[in-house]
Design a protein around this ligand. Sequence first.
Ligand code: SF4
Length: 270
Amino acid sequence: MSNNTQNFLEKEIQDSIEARKRLFIGLIIGTSISVCLGLLLIWYIPYVGLDNIHPWAPWILGTAIALVIAFIFWASLGLVLNILLKRPVLFSQKLRGISIKFFLPLMTIMGMLLRIPKQKIRASFIKVNNELVLSENRRYPPEKVLMLMPHCLQNSLCSRRLTYNVYNCKRCGECSIAGLLDLSDEYGVHMAIATGGTIARRIVVNIRPRLIVAVACERDLSSGIQDAYPIPVYGVLNERPRGPCLDTQVAQDHVRLALDKFVQKLHVRD
Ligand code: SF4
């Protein structure tokens, strides 16, 4: 792929994620303010009564809550700065975990209250997760990288059984699997197909990757990212011209870009 094409693709992908990043940042700030206000309220109410138990009790509780507020402030500010600056700041290397375990559930609740569709929140989370994985700026040996693909990419008329051995594909080119297998050969990375979360977990346990490039819909990708933690997952959304779960497609150039960023260069084959 020429440098011009790569730059063009990178710009296209970058443009498409800006709107989703803004949603994520807005929800982080909204969620953090709400949690902090709630905590202040929790502090204020006992304060009225705690004074009667011990004169220091309100201040001990207040200090504990101030520490929690400081933590939330650090986490949300660090996360926003990490997204904007594309590198870890404020000792924020742990933010991917905090984002996955703490912010996503809260953001989902807040999004539901604000009537923002779950799919939009998940897509936003996936994009920000990708940025956090990219900001770690790490490369991995090819044998430690796994391309995890959903079963719905396979042509629905194809009789080849790929779940246990993706190399049963005869690469006829009728679906994306052929091109993805070519990519896995070119970069020397593992590729596997999962029909659901249980099989995906088993594949991850068997292969023990240090990085996963996963293709799926918003729901499966966001749950997969959570399941796989602490293994970093770079997510690529599938395209669904025939509706969900049937003959889906994927932008292979996006998968290639991800492999370009993460696979150690010396191992890339010509
Ligand atoms: S490329 Fe051809 S053989 Fe391979 S999964 Fe798709 S339709 Fe089947």
